[in-house]
Design a protein around this ligand. Structure first.
Ligand SMILES: NC(=O)c1ccc[n+]([C@@H]2O[C@H](COP(=O)([O-])OP(=O)(O)OC[C@H]3O[C@@H](n4cnc5c(N)ncnc54)[C@H](OP(=O)(O)O)[C@@H]3O)[C@@H](O)[C@H]2O)c1
Length: 353
């Protein structure tokens, strides 16, 4: 699948220090103490390449991966403050990766040493090696390179588990995705189109709107120059969208409700614009609207596996479709070490509003 706004970082034999320690990492090391490289968040907005201890020894149900590539995700590193992974997670950033299986724990029969895979991580992708629950490991789609595969798990699992598994977006319905040129948006447009859904996408520039169009969006709306509520109503004969995927949050809540059809479903996965809002509840009552929200990172491995597995199947099937293209983007490049810091900062600066 094409993901125009994401970067896959090739880990060229280099890469994560303990920004902070947690209860799991210091105790169980690989039997022979060895070091690896990792990208470490050393302060607000600062990444450094450091030599650090290897990951903990794998236990039953886990897989050790030698990381080939990882991807940048807006959700994983705050623009202010230091990196604060959930308790028990790797201390290094990196919510997804691709690479080669180095070792498998007891009871893992789906993967073997040498397999090339991609994986949804709890962190740790910005390192040479990472331990991950086997159920969060995914096969690489045919025709997709090892590097490209690093940018697949997070968006696929997020989009599939929210709008498809939970909001039941179905063929023939209308879907509004905000920020259609984002990592999430580029995947959402393609997978929705493949499933026979009419897609409306918002973006903030002519270039980004053209990306959405190229990926298959039926209607592209410039949220900076147009009122998206009015446009959605106009394009749907006054009815509104059946499902909306939103990560702007507070400032968009009422406007999203106003853009939904009867029995419409709004799924919120982020709050880039703010976390509070006042809403008129009569819009929910009158049109039987549903509002849901979820954060992938805090889900259990079983829940991630369910979303990831289903997303995987859905996406791999969609690769038979004509509209799909496995390129990541011209942003993909081989970077490592100090270069990663510059690229990372540029990414956040370029995409910040
Ligand atoms: N809940 C979860 O499990 C989960 C998982 C993954 C991601 N997320 C969230 O999803 C969001 C997107 O992540 P990403 O990695 O795909 O981000 P990304 O690639 O960095 O793209 C973010 C895009 O948002 C767009 N944007 C900003 N304000 C907008 C607005 N008012 N209306 C429409 N678009 C707007 C910007 O494009 P323009 O220039 O067009 O404004 C920007 O390119 C983040 O908030 C992230 O935290 C949540």
């Amino acid at each position: 699948m094409k993901q125009q706004c994401r970067m896959a970082l090739a880990v060229a034999g280099a890469f994560p220090t303990l920004a902070r320690r947690n209860t799991r990492y210091p105790r169980r090391r690989l039997p022979v103490a060895s070091k690896m490289k990792a990208v470490v968040v050393t302060g607000p907005g600062v990444l450094r390449l450091r030599e650090v201890e290897d990951p903990p020894a794998i236990t039953a149900g886990e897989v050790l991966i030698r990381v080939a590539a990882t991807a940048l995700n807006r959700g994983e590193v705050p623009t202010e403050g230091t990196y604060s992974p959930p308790e028990g997670s790797s201390p290094y950033p990196g919510l997804e990766c691709s690479g080669t299986v180095l070792d498998v724990g007891r009871s893992v029969d789906r993967w073997k040493v040498g397999d090339q895979v991609c994986a949804l991580l709890n962190g740790g992708g910005y390192a040479e090696k990472v331990v991950v629950p086997a159920m969060q490991v995914l096969p690489i789609p045919q025709g997709v390179s090892l590097r490209e595969a690093a940018s697949f798990p997070e968006v696929a699992c997020t989009v599939w588990s929210t709008v498809f598994m939970t909001s039941h977006l179905s063929a023939g319905e209308t879907f509004l995705i905000h920020g259609g040129s984002s990592g999430i948006g580029t995947f959402a447009i393609q997978i929705a189109k493949y499933h026979g859904i009419r897609v409306l996408a918002t973006a903030g520039s002519v270039e980004k709107l053209s990306t959405c169009k190229h990926l298959g969006a039926d209607i592209c709306i410039n949220y900076k120059t147009e009122d998206f509520v009015a446009r959605v109503r106009e394009e749907t004969g006054g009815k509104g969208a059946d499902v909306i995927l939103d990560y702007i949050g507070g400032p968009y809540l009422q406007r999203n409700l106003d853009s939904l059809n009867i029995d419409g479903r709004l799924f919120i996965i982020g709050c880039m614009g703010g976390i509070t809002s006042e809403v008129n509840l009569s819009s929910l009552l009158a049109r039987r609207l549903t509002v849901q929200a979820a954060r992938l990172r805090h889900r259990s491995p079983e829940s991630k596996a369910a979303g990831g597995g289903a997303a995987c199947l859905a996406s791999y099937r969609s690769r038979q479709g004509e509209t799909c293209d496995p390129r990541v983007s011209s942003l993909v490049r081989s970077i490592g070490g100090s270069q990663a810091d510059g690229e990372w900062r540029k990414y956040w600066k370029d995409t910040a509003n």
